[in-house]
Design a protein around this ligand. Sequence first.
Ligand code: PGA
Length: 264
Amino acid sequence: MTASRPVIVCGNWKMNTTPADAAMLAIEVARATEVPGVVRVICPPFVSLHAVGNALRDTDVAVGVQDVHAEPFGAYTGEISAPMVAGLATWAIIGHSERRRDQGEDDELIGRKLLRCAEFGLRPILCVGEQLAERQAGNAERTVRRQLERTLAEIDRASAEPPANLVIAYEPVWAIGTGLTARGSDASSMAQLIRDTLAGHGITESAADVPVLYGGSVTSAAIDEFLAEPDIDGALVGGASLKVDEMAGIVARAGLTAAARQTA
Ligand code: PGA
């Protein structure tokens, strides 16, 4: 059942590195993570896309962006759109909780960003996840379902289809950058809820094929618990993605999962 889904490890460098050091880090990560069966993606800052893309040209590590604007072009000073990066990246993180928090991004806006990804050939990793207070109040599932439903409703409104190559990252907000992680079993039940919600919204045929990643303080030591869950297909890694040794450990563990699922 899980064999049809890829195992994916995506590094989100956030607002770290400069064009001068990004290429070297990308090469070192690529070399340290050459493991069969794992899809690797690096998302550097926009200004380093070109340098990182060049550095990774002879590897199969893909390059992603950390965001795109909801419109393809226009009077939006300082913004970056999907067609601008389409030749520099093939993946895009959409709806990261830091953008929801700092830029006030809501689910409707995030739905429009997904449409831009589909239009311009970027594979989206849509981030969802609850706040600590929502989990403590027993509302974690409700929050994630609502985020997905509102995002998909925006796609319906545009009479469009959800991107066929959609990836979801379940990232509990309280676990991001805090050193706290969810429990593997909680991440797994959230992955099931995510696929059930997608199945109820026009992705009926393929919901079982949508990869669901876990994100939130993933390290080489913490990854095991998540990849042991058949419903989790990899990780979105923040802080640890800037450390070559950590990425080596995380991708090595992901390689074991990929190999085991292939023979299952
Ligand atoms: P973290 O970030 O691994 O540093 O917690 C994860 C993310 O924000 O995607």
